[in-house]
Design a protein around this ligand. Structure first.
Ligand code: URA
Length: 270
């Protein structure tokens, strides 16, 4: 976790780790540079492998050339699996998304919004507080696309109610949304219904609904579907603003590419 006293998120760290993060060499390579006497900290040669440096204060050089960590913001997406909490630490030691993303390499990384314990799919992480806050601000209307396996089959009236807005328990009416039934031929259908169309315990047929919303209330999709009489059995998010969940298997993360970062920045600079 980042320390509010160290907004750069950099803590005293082992010299070989510092050198690796500064892009000088791998950790092993950095150790070799150290033992060869090529690394100085504040002018002193340091060969001791356990030595620590404070990136904010110490001057590190390799063969006389300065080494420093460029703290560019880091943005990445995780394909969140079911069964892990959207939090960076859990006092009860349960699995969290922090176990899956590179917190060591990118101190200050935090999730933008949250997905429920049982929800899978795209979860954005960033080290930029400004970007994260801007994306979550309700006025920004950042869209999120979900696919939900639901009990029963919503009819056109249910879908129309979801599109116009439904009364949510103690929370007023949901904002207009896009809602459609997905056919088994839709590539997203199998993400939540891998065994094809099925039936719930009561013998009722399941259906898969695609829902695009821009609000981010707690359990929003589940509550919206419940309001039209269809319980969510599985929920997956495949898009967040301009981002699509691509090139990832469940549980894996990847850095956003340049085009994705540019699209996010364009969205928040509107
Ligand atoms: N809506 C929900 O009900 N749950 C999620 O995890 C995300 C949106």
């Amino acid at each position: 976790m980042s320390d509010p006293l160290r907004p750069d998120g950099l803590y005293p760290m082992r010299l070989q780790r510092f050198l690796a993060r500064a892009g000088v060499a791998s950790r092993r390579g950095s150790e070799r540079l150290m033992t060869a006497g090529r690394v100085r900290v504040n002018g002193q040669v340091v060969t001791e492998l356990g030595s620590k440096v404070d990136p904010a204060r110490d001057v590190v050089t390799v063969d006389g050339r300065p080494a420093r960590i460029e703290e560019r913001p880091r943005h990445l997406m995780l394909y969140k699996p079911a069964g892990c909490l959207t939090t960076m630490s859990d006092p009860h030691g349960r699995p969290t998304v922090a176990d899956l993303v590179p917190c060591d390499e990118a101190p200050g990384l935090y999730p933008v919004g949250r997905l429920d314990l049982d929800t899978t799919g795209l979860l954005l992480f960033t080290t930029s507080g400004d970007l994260g806050q801007a994306l979550l601000h309700p006025s920004r209307h950042v869209t999120k696309h979900y696919v939900a396996l639901v009990s029963g089959t919503p009819d056109e009236r249910d879908l129309e109610r979801l599109r116009r807005g439904v009364e949510l328990e103690n929370e007023g009416v949901s904002a207009p949304a896009r809602a459609e039934l997905l056919s088994p031929g839709d590539p997203l259908f199998s993400v939540v219904a891998p065994r094809g169309p099925g039936r719930t315990g009561g013998g009722e047929r399941n259906a898969v609904v695609g829902l695009t919303i821009h609000e981010g209330r707690k359990h929003q999709v589940k509550k919206m579907m419940q309001a039209v009489g269809h319980k969510v059995l599985r929920l997956h998010r495949d898009a967040f603003g301009p981002l699509r969940l691509t090139r990832l298997v469940e549980g894996a993360w990847r850095d956003l590419d340049e085009a994705e970062v540019a699209a996010l920045e364009a969205l928040v600079s509107r």
